[in-house]
Design a protein around this ligand. Sequence first.
Ligand code: 4NP
Length: 161
Amino acid sequence: MTQKLLFVCLGNICRSPAAEGVFLHLIEEQGLSDHFVVDSAGTGSWHVGNKADPRMRAAAERRGIHLPSRARQIELDDFSRFDLVLTMDSDNLRNVQSLAKEAGNNATATIRPMLSYARSTELSDVPDPYYGGEQGFEHVLDLLEDACSGLIEEIKPQLKR
Ligand code: 4NP
């Protein structure tokens, strides 16, 4: 069984490409890559076509994690193409839910906050690191490593079906 996951944030240059890269890294380590299709997108269009923010890529590379994505904007078809859409904060969740409504009956994807899968934090939002300092990018990666591990553990039993 293949699970199709879409990580979503606002600009698709910091949090969601990092979530995508962390997830890809973990499933590769666990030999689960064949079971997943993974992508990321933003609700905004400002950065379409761009690589992830250099600060985000550098922080990820320091952990041995490559961020392969180029930014794209979420499309209504994504809600029928993907099984699970993971959002980064409450504004993002609201925007994505309203797009799913627009997509109508074809919107079969489940929409869940990314940090609902985290086990070591009480936070429900992944803070936007774009206007902050270096430490913000490290914090984002800590949260995403936690949440991606939890997400994999939750999905693993379904892969055997
Ligand atoms: P992201 O961060 O949503 O984690 O990719 C942002 C990047 C850029 C902007 C906002 C958020 N921006 O306004 O350009």
